[in-house]
Design a protein around this ligand. Structure first.
Ligand code: GAP
Length: 515
């Protein structure tokens, strides 16, 4: 774990050094849990968004997109339940004066049991080698069983406290399990209190009677309130979906782990409207489609797992998270929720406007049920980067840092490098660049040795580089160098566009997603 934390630190500084992510307002010492994306970060982020958007709107002829405003009528947040219930249970340590989420402290305690079990398994695997039967070991080893039992016991108690909204019990668990503050090391805790996560501001001047409004904490409500606008103007028939990408804001209590938990972040959400009674079948379908979307990236199937919710929100009848193995453990990247007819029903109640759909096949009106898929762009960005970051030892004692990004997501697709800065090679390279730049992101670089230039492209994840040398002027061929294998091949200039386009196209990824 310590080694993983070390890698994570390196990743964070790599993000800054190579123009992926900067702390916001850095010259003023930053602003907690707010980040800016740099020149390479924005390209990677846009590619992730494009991959998601196309997977929703191109691959499904019954999913369309919208872009709703961040500011919305304040009653929307009353109807959605956010004003009354969008809270986190917080607890303070009286010695360090640090604030924590009580549920997160307990989840970390739960993860410790898993770590202990994994260590036992690892130790035994080393000891017994090929003869090791992991499943049998997990089922019979007394220390594994003891830790598994402790985990179940804590888990049951924790789930009940969450379901009962019992803040005293959450505190009691922290006390009983002797959970200490990571900063002061003490158990001197305050009571657990609820803390609303929405940012509020005012619209209009105070003389007019300003309206208290909220920065949206999720993009989903913009979809719900536009449900009938889209359905009618697009003559959509149920089942159909509405997708949206946009900023969301949460006043997170514990904002840690870089861009994993931010106060301003971006979501990609899709609400899929279905007939009542059909929602759980659609829930299963979207679970499979979404995990397929993640796995198509080739970051490693073992890095994903589903985590079903212990505590279902009062409006949900099924919910799961897709978790990704970050350097700090398996963490939620996406949520898939069966939200019943709660949101549309509640907006109907609060607005007094009908939110129903007339189903011509059933010849009746009803409030549709909704399956939601909700993924954070920034968390996705972090998972892609974390899985792609590699430090490699090369022959001759050299080392390189390479981002093995899926080519379709890489900020720059092609590095264009004249071997030397003279003899007409830069001119030839720029001629090629001016032709290819209409197709994909290219980067021209003539500074330093070719080796150093390759390293710079490796560090930002450029999947291909072409080198223009003296022979190019004669035979109209260039050398393509592959980022991951570092292998090189000679190809005619006229073929470069087709070769690269085929490899970096989003189509390759989209084709791998199960329909
Ligand atoms: N509309 C449902 C909804 O907002 P959520 O589980 O609260 O559900 C969905 O959020 C996704 O948004 C999460 O899986 C995560 O990827 C992302 N997300 C939530 N809070 C975040 C934060 N503070 N920083 C970065 N991403 C966040």
């Amino acid at each position: 774990m310590a080694q993983q934390e070390e890698v994570f630190k390196k990743l964070v500084s790599h993000c800054k050094e190579y123009g992926f992510v900067f702390p916001s307002s850095e010259i003023y010492d930053g602003l907690g849990a707010v980040y800016d994306y740099g020149q390479n970060g924005v390209e990677l982020k846009n590619n992730i968004k494009r991959y998601w958007w196309d997977s929703m709107t191109l691959l499904n002829d019954n999913v369309v997109g919208i872009d709703s405003a961040i500011f919305m009528h304040p009653t929307i947040w009353k109807a959605s339940g956010h004003v009354d219930a969008f809270n986190d249970p917080l607890i303070d340590n009286k010695d360090s004066k640090k604030r924590y989420r009580a549920d997160v402290l307990i989840e970390e305690q739960l993860a410790k049991y898993d770590d202990k079990i994994d260590k036992e398994v690892e130790k035994a695997a080393k000891k017994f080698g090929d003869a090791f039967d992991e499943q049998k070991f997990r089922e019979t080893n007394p220390r594994v069983l003891e830790n598994a039992a402790k985990k179940t016991e804590l888990h049951t108690r924790f789930a009940k406290a969450l379901n009962d909204n019992n803040l005293d019990e959450l505190r009691q668990i922290i006390v009983d399990y002797e959970i200490v503050c990571p900063v002061s090391g003490t158990r001197n805790w305050t009571e657990v209190r609820q803390f609303n996560l929405m940012f509020a501001t005012e619209m209009g001047s105070t003389a007019d009677g300003a309206l208290k409004i909220y920065l949206r904490p999720e993009t989903a409500q913009g979809i719900f309130v536009n449900f009938l606008n889209v359905q009618k103007s697009g003559r959509m028939k149920i089942p159909f979906g509405i997708a949206q990408i946009g900023k969301a804001f949460r006043n997170e209590i514990v904002a840690r782990q870089f861009i994993f938990r931010m106060r301003e972040f971006e979501q990609m959400e899709m609400q899929f409207f279905v007939r009542p009674g059909e929602e759980l079948a659609w829930f299963e379908k979207w679970k499979q489609t979404r995990i397929g979307w993640h796995k198509a990236l080739g970051l490693g199937d073992k890095k994903y797992r589903f985590h079903d919710h212990d505590k279902l929100a009062h409006y949900a009848n099924a919910a799961t998270d897709i978790e990704f193995e970050m350097p700090f453990g398996f963490k939620e990247v996406e949520g898939i929720h069966s939200r019943t007819d709660f949101d549309l029903g509640s907006h109907e109640k609060y607005s007094g406007k009908k939110m129903q759909y007339f189903d011509p096949e059933l010849n009746k009106s009803y409030t549709p049920y909704v399956i939601e898929t909700s993924i954070g762009v920034d968390r996705m960005f972090l998972s892609v980067l974390a899985a792609s970051y590699h430090e490699e030892e090369l022959e001759g004692g050299d080392t390189r840092v390479v981002l093995q990004l899926p080519p379709a997501l890489a900020p720059v697709k092609l590095g264009i490098l004249p071997l030397v800065k003279k003899d007409g090679l830069p001119e030839k390279a720029l001629e090629i660049m001016n032709d290819l730049k209409f197709e994909f992101q290219c980067q021209y670089d003539e500074k330093d040795s070719i080796g150093k230039r390759y390293r710079r492209q490796d560090a930002i994840g450029t999947p291909y580089c072409i080198t223009i040398d003296h022979d190019t002027l004669v035979d109209n061929q260039v050398t393509i160098r592959h980022r991951d294998t570092m292998q090189q091949e000679r190809v005619p200039i006229v073929d470069v566009e087709a070769i690269i386009r085929e490899k970096v196209s989003l189509k390759v990824l989209l084709n791998k997603i199960p329909s």
